[in-house]
Design a binder for this molecule. Structure first.
Ligand SMILES: [Zn+2]
Length: 332
């Protein structure tokens, strides 16, 4: 058993309380490799933003959970080296699928876990979440639960439709489970293809497709039932069209990739939404940079020459999100 406290990590409790009171949201960025982690830590350290490093089950399989834990520990030390005296960094399990996965992560030094029972019948979701909370709280690890189902695909998590969270269930769920934060479904979704073109309208100025708005009435309903309780949005990439254009210009084929407009997320960040998950956008930023370098320099075979620009492009994206969308800069 390794406590996250020994690794210099923090849980989400204080971070979320401050974010709700301050009207901003904490970025939760997924990571799978060193360049991505460097970009996240540099962006957070330079902007002095608290940050949640998220690891999905897919990332654990890809990168190895032991290595990921030491990378998170390294992230804390690296942040200090960059001049961030008191780094506020969370290591969080994204979409924990069982009690055993959550327990294993807690024993490996994670400071926060999500147990995703949203696909289960309500009572089973309550029971599973409660079991994880009882275990996690013994070690002061915070727990995110989920009510409602998001559409889209993310690693092993997928659904072909979404079901909005029912505000009338949230008090009962939070009371019975004791979870520290709640992921809800208001129309965000996983992946880079969040909407079908026929669901969108065309912006007359840019010619780009604009998706339907998020269900802020559902968010308002949840906040009315649970005043001051930390709310989480998954699937909140905006799918920057500049990155999609670069990918397509250099041999990629991403057709009609559409995300959540940033003004919608900015609005959400000012509410009780205090954690916003962003994964696809950094995948796009990385892929765009790699494709461009490899297309322009056909003789290049030094990975640093394309992963370096990929890292820089991701860092630029993270800083943009922190300052212009989440408002978490200067809060750590
Ligand atoms: Zn998710």
């Amino acid at each position: 058993m390794v406590s996250y406290k020994e690794l210099g990590l923090v849980n989400t409790r204080e971070m979320f309380a401050k974010a709700i009171n301050g009207g901003y949201a904490i970025p939760a960025f997924n990571f799978n490799n060193m360049e991505q982690l460097q970009a996240i830590v540099q962006a957070a350290a330079e902007t002095k933003s608290p940050v949640i490093l998220q690891v999905s089950k897919g990332a654990r399989n890809y990168a190895n959970q032991t290595l990921l834990r030491y990378m998170a520990q390294g992230a804390v030390e690296y942040a200090k080296e960059l001049g961030w005296e008191n780094p506020q960094i969370v290591l969080h399990l994204d979409h924990g699928d069982s009690f055993e996965t959550c327990k294993s992560c807690i024993e490996f030094g994670f400071s926060s876990v999500m147990i995703d029972g949203s696909h289960l019948p309500y009572d089973e979701n309550v029971a599973l979440t409660r079991k994880v909370v009882d275990y996690a709280h013994q070690y002061d690890v915070t727990v995110e639960g989920e009510l409602g189902v998001l559409a889209g695909v993310e690693d092993e998590v997928s659904s072909d439709h979404h079901t909005y969270t029912r505000p009338e269930e949230v008090v009962d769920f939070v009371t019975k489970t004791g979870c520290d934060s709640l992921a809800i479904s208001i129309g965000t979704s996983h992946g880079a293809y969040k909407f079908k073109p026929e669901q969108c309208h065309k912006d007359p100025v840019t010619g780009r497709l604009v998706p339907p708005p998020l269900a802020f009435d559902v968010l308002d309903g949840v906040m009315k039932e649970l005043p001051g309780f930390p709310i989480v949005l998954h699937g909140s990439s905006s799918v920057p069209q500049e990155e999609v254009d670069v990918i397509n210009a250099y041999g990629g084929q991403l057709e009609a990739a559409i995300g959540i407009p940033e003004d919608q997320l900015r609005k959400a960040a000012k509410s009780a939404v205090c954690k916003i998950n962003i994964d696809s956008d950094s995948r796009l930023a990385m892929t765009a940079a790699v494709r461009k370098v490899l297309a322009e320099k056909k003789g290049e075979f030094d990975p640093r020459k394309y992963l370096g620009p990929a890292r820089d492009n991701m860092k630029k994206l993270y800083i943009h999100k922190i300052i212009n969308v989440l408002g978490s800069d200067g809060k750590a």
